[in-house]
Ligand binder design. Structure first.
Ligand SMILES: *[C@@H]1O[C@H](CO)[C@@H](O)[C@H](O)[C@H]1NC(C)=O
Ligand SMILES: *[C@@H]1O[C@H](CO)[C@@H](O)[C@H](O)[C@H]1NC(C)=O
Length: 143
């Protein structure tokens, strides 16, 4: 009888712990950084997700890089421009060069989303809450 009760108690404790330890979506704490090395060549870097410093749980499968023109006079949406797999790291960070789809003399915002390895088959838009640049950067072209 007592043994039976201990079994059920343990089962309840294990179940409760599982619910409490539900994974949280990973999110970089530090904003990515971007510089235009030249006209139509936007270089973006960010630090590898670190579960001990950043928000949420890893490990990360890949990062999604989005850009959005900083224009208010027409609707400008986030456009996914790169998928960067976790293993393509250089040191502790990632770098991409965006060289297509940019309009001369328009400022851009950039966002990096971290997608965990274990997405539990949830829709990807759940991860579309990444970290943005502190300020948009201008694609300065003399043309
Ligand atoms: C980005 O471009 C620079 C030169 O502007 C080059 O040295 C670097 O290897 C490129 N990086 C990637 C990830 O393509
Ligand atoms: C981005 O747009 C905002 C709102 O129009 C403007 O105040 C800001 O100066 C723009 N940033 C750049 C870098 O152009």
């Amino acid at each position: 009888m007592a043994r039976n009760m201990i079994f059920w108690l343990l089962l309840i404790i294990v179940t409760e712990t599982r619910v409490a330890r539900r994974r949280e979506l990973p999110r970089l704490l530090t904003a990515p950084q971007a510089v235009f090395s030249s006209c139509n060549n936007l270089k973006v870097t960010w630090k590898e997700f670190d579960a001990s410093k950043d928000d949420g749980d890893g490990p990360i499968s890949h990062y999604l890089v989005f850009i959005k023109a900083n224009i208010t006079d027409f609707v400008s949406a986030w456009t996914q421009i790169y998928t960067v797999f976790s293993q393509n790291r250089v040191g502790l960070s990632y770098t991409v060069n965006i060289t297509t789809g940019l309009i001369p003399n328009v400022a851009y915002n950039v966002r990096v989303d971290s997608v965990p390895q274990d997405t539990n088959n949830e829709p990807l838009n759940k991860y579309m809450d990444g970290r943005e640049l502190r300020d948009p950067v201008l694609n300065q072209c003399n043309c």
